[in-house]
Ligand binder design. Structure first.
Ligand SMILES: [Zn+2]
Length: 414
């Protein structure tokens, strides 16, 4: 039986190396073509060298063809270490790509020159998703350096294209390299969670974005009888859409929030001046739907509500679903990956983690749609995609300890 304290002390000793790896990764901006870059190649080359240093039994470079990227492909890396005994395979999958820094004036430092301030490191990508890359890498390095035996295979995957849809990343892997994965594998995606590390995300709501265009008749504001005020109708319509909440009101305590949500969000500009009654208004509704309902149920009801108002106000309302993502099947709350992760988290942090569902889609959906139960977990700082993105060093170390505990879990071999 391995003494986990020795492994955890080893991980503590990697603190400076973790920071250095974060610095090197941050200095290699990995932006996909749809985010104004050429791909993840430099960062993948660096990551590959690091993986090779841990002498994997197998290292796959899986290049997903992408005409828009440098050299016509997007790089994906899968490194595998074979255990000495039979057992479940473990996967930790992180993504190489980042989102652009956005407005540079909002950054206090250069986004691509990482800085350390106390327990935090700041830079684009340090949290999303270098946190996952670095934690998983050093969790394994401790085991390799100490020559600790484990069962099954340990796999680290660093994939491309998470931020712009995963077509050239996980979606490609799951489709083209299906044989790599088995439904018995323990799959962890450290790309979401909460700041305590107690949230294991196993389910997600379906997503639907509806665009409403209200067409009235524009006229001078002093003679409203000559027109049909589309802004007034739009306001009515927004209120009417509140009926969605009443009708689709099932609650599921696995989810945060527990119910489906239907939120009006974006409004397009209408008339530029105050003394004109607008004849056209556009707004959008963001819907996050529990698995108890289908996306089509929602579209049907929203259409019915619009039609009623159209008749009552005698103007035209068009509805267009501009984006929909039907929910992937949930990872069962009693699946081995959840139990083993819960146990590892409690052993390292003393905290009880819980399986939960969230409103936004994660990359784990590609696993789940392929019948592979994946859990999304990490101890996150809530700064992904924001300026001055930061990552806690304490969390990097603690998450690495949890991962090493998962790698060595005895239950894994049963
Ligand atoms: Zn991410």
């Amino acid at each position: 039986m391995v003494d986990m304290n020795i492994i955890h002390s080893k991980i503590d000793s990697f603190r400076d190396e973790m920071i250095e790896m974060q610095r090197e990764l941050t200095a290699r901006p990995a932006l996909g073509p749809l985010n104004g870059g050429t791909g993840e190649h430099d960062k993948a080359d660096f990551a590959k060298k690091q993986l090779v240093a841990l002498r994997p039994d197998n290292l796959l470079e899986i290049n997903a063809p992408d005409k828009l990227a440098a050299n016509g492909y997007r790089p994906n890396l899968v490194a595998t270490w074979n255990g000495t005994r039979e057992g479940r395979n473990v996967w930790i999958l992180s993504h190489l790509d980042i989102v652009p820094p956005g407005d540079l004036s909002l950054w206090k430092t250069d986004p691509y020159k990482m800085v350390v301030e106390g327990d935090t490191i700041i830079g684009r990508g340090v949290e999303d998703n270098q946190h996952g890359m670095v934690s998983s890498y050093f969790s394994l390095k401790a085991i390799i350096d100490l020559n600790v035996q484990f069962s099954g295979k340990i796999n680290l995957a660093f994939v491309a294209d998470e931020e712009t849809g995963s077509r050239f990343g996980l979606e490609y892997l799951v489709r083209e390299k299906k044989e790599l994965f088995s439904e018995d594998d323990l799959i962890i995606v450290p790309d979401g969670g909460n700041d305590e590390g107690t949230m294991i995300e196993i389910a997600e709501k379906a997503m639907l974005w509806l665009k409403f265009t209200v067409k009235g008749v524009q006229c001078h504001a002093s003679t409203p009888e000559k027109g049909k005020n589309s802004l007034f109708a739009m306001a009515m319509l927004i209120l009417e859409m509140g009926k969605l909440k009443e009708k689709f009101n099932i609650k599921d305590p696995v989810f945060r929030p527990e119910e489906s949500t239907f939120e009006p969000t974006k409004v397009e500009a209408n008339v530029p001046n105050v003394n004109t009654i607008p004849g056209r208004d556009v707004f959008y509704l963001d819907c996050r739907i529990l698995p108890d309902y289908t996306v089509d149920d929602i579209i049907e009801e929203a259409t019915k509500i619009s039609k009623n108002l159209e008749t009552n106000l005698d103007l035209q309302i068009d509805i267009e679903p501009i984006h929909r993502q039907d929910a992937a099947p949930s990872t069962p709350a009693d699946s081995p990956v959840v139990a083993i992760l819960e146990d590892a988290i409690e052993r390292v942090t003393g905290l009880k983690a819980k399986p939960m569902g969230i409103g936004g889609g994660t990359v784990a959906a590609f696993f789940r749609n392929a019948g592979l139960p994946a859990a999304v977990w990490s101890t996150t700082s809530p700064t992904a995609h924001q300026p001055n993105e930061y990552c806690s060093i304490k969390n990097l170390i603690s998450d690495a300890k949890v991962m090493s505990t998962v790698f060595l879990n005895d239950e894994k071999s049963s």
